[in-house]
Design a protein around this ligand. Structure first.
Ligand SMILES: O=C[C@H](O)COP(=O)(O)O
Length: 256
């Protein structure tokens, strides 16, 4: 399984800043082919980034993919402010991040809506990354694994057979943007649980599904996290905004 190191820029970077980033970042990862790299800029920068990546790919083999940070499940219609899968298809978007904790908590997205988006992404050939994670209160109540199981069962309801086209990101809400990373052991405990759950749900058809860790990943903690047996990559927020830091996370993940 090729690991995936993904950058979620959230609401950061204009088109000009995106192109400037790619100018610095792409040459540094040109020869890295044994890990998949994905960048999810804001919607407004996807088109420019897509053109820039196409140009890079014409110059040789390249392992950088583009992702969207969200998507609506309908193809078109009166859904003010939303972006559809066919709009993403037009830009050759490979991945879409769904159910991110900021979508769940700030924008009140529920598992049922996330499940419809998962269906739609798969139907349109866009590989979804389903994000799950517990709050600090849930961890303190000792219900972390119940919360994760519930989010995964509801998010994947009806699409268990499509497991080979899905990745999952475990992002403890208390570790996102706080500087508090889960320890490698804390992360591994949940990743091991997710692996056995999706293995059971897909009847053993989960060997193409990467389980990413997200939450204050930085160059300093990437090596110890990736050493864990069931951590198959990262979803990186703040540290991915700096091309050099993101490059170091990739390099440090490759050492193991
Ligand atoms: O999608 C990324 C996660 O929310 C992690 O963000 P962070 O690396 O800034 O903690």
């Amino acid at each position: 399984m090729k690991y995936l190191i993904a950058a979620n820029w959230k609401m950061h970077k204009t088109c000009a800043e995106t192109l400037d980033y790619l100018d610095k970042f792409l040459p540094s990862v040109k020869d890295i082919l044994n890990v998949e790299i994905m960048i999810a800029p804001p919607f407004t920068a996807l088109s420019s980034a897509s053109i820039r990546l196409d140009a890079a790919k014409k110059e040789g083999e390249f392992n950088v993919k583009l992702g969207a940070q969200n998507m609506y499940f309908e193809e078109k219609g009166a859904f003010t402010g939303e972006i559809s899968p066919i709009m993403l298809n037009e830009l050759n978007i490979d991945y879409v991040i769904l159910g991110h904790s900021e979508r769940r908590h700030i924008f009140k997205e529920k598992d049922e809506l996330i499940n419809k988006k998962m269906y739609s992404a798969i139907e349109h050939g866009i590989r979804p990354i389903l994000c799950v994670g517990e709050t600090i209160e849930e961890r303190e109540q000792g219900i972390t694994l119940n919360v994760i199981e519930n989010q995964i069962r509801k998010g994947l309801a009806g699409i268990e057979k499509d497991m080979p086209y899905i990745d999952i990101a475990y992002e403890p809400v208390w570790a996102i943007g706080t500087g508090k990373t889960a320890t490698p052991e804390q992360a591994e405990e949940v990743h091991r649980f997710i692996r056995s759950l999706i293995n059971e749900m897909s009847k053993g058809n989960d060997d193409k599904t990467r389980i990413l860790y997200g939450g204050s990943v930085k160059p300093e903690n990437a090596t110890d996290l990736i050493k864990q047996e069931n951590i198959n990559g990262f979803l990186v927020g703040s540290a991915s905004l700096d091309p050099e830091k993101f490059y170091k996370i990739i390099i440090n993940s490759l050492e193991e």
